[in-house]
Design a protein. Structure first.
Length: 151
């Protein structure tokens, strides 16, 4: 029951401002469709073609390019996944800060793209961006090691 400030006006519920913003949970789609397709043998490239808004598809492409020692391609793929993820985060209510839990599977595509961007940036000598991306992971409540373990 709401507290009353006087006989007729209910008090507004209070929020602990020190606790920070609530965690952001991205919706299942489009990453779930890409996961299903790639688990069934569809290539990450086809996944990105069919679901270009999927950070997960772009993260897979970036990770493959890093494994193939092609950091320029990895950087381009990861940057695309990162920006598609930022768009999705904003639509989900994220306002530039707060937790993006890696335990929530739909968040993992964005976080993997962000880590791949950090790694590719480092590989091409973009040290400031690599640092910024790694800091972003930590500020989101995770770490490079935690995200790397999702691969």
């Amino acid at each position: 029951m709401a507290r009353m400030t006087d006989a007729s006006t209910p008090a507004q519920p209070t929020r602990n401002l020190l606790s920070g913003p609530d965690p952001v949970h991205l919706p299942d789609e489009p990453d779930a469709s890409v996961r299903t397709a790639t688990d069934a043998g569809t290539s990450a490239e086809d996944g990105a073609r069919r679901y270009p808004a999927s950070s997960y598809a772009w993260a897979l492409l970036a990770e493959a390019a890093l494994a193939d020692d092609d950091p320029v391609a990895a950087y381009a793929y990861a940057r695309t996944g990162y920006h598609r993820g930022l768009d999705a985060l904003r639509r989900a209510g994220w306002r530039g800060q707060g937790p993006i839990p890696a335990t929530h599977v739909p968040n993992q595509g964005f976080l993997r793209a962000l880590l791949a961007l950090a790694e590719a940036a480092d590989a091409i000598g973009e040290v400031d961006e690599a640092t910024r991306c790694t800091t972003f992971l930590v500020d989101s409540g995770t770490s490079a090691d935690e995200v790397r373990a999702l691969r």
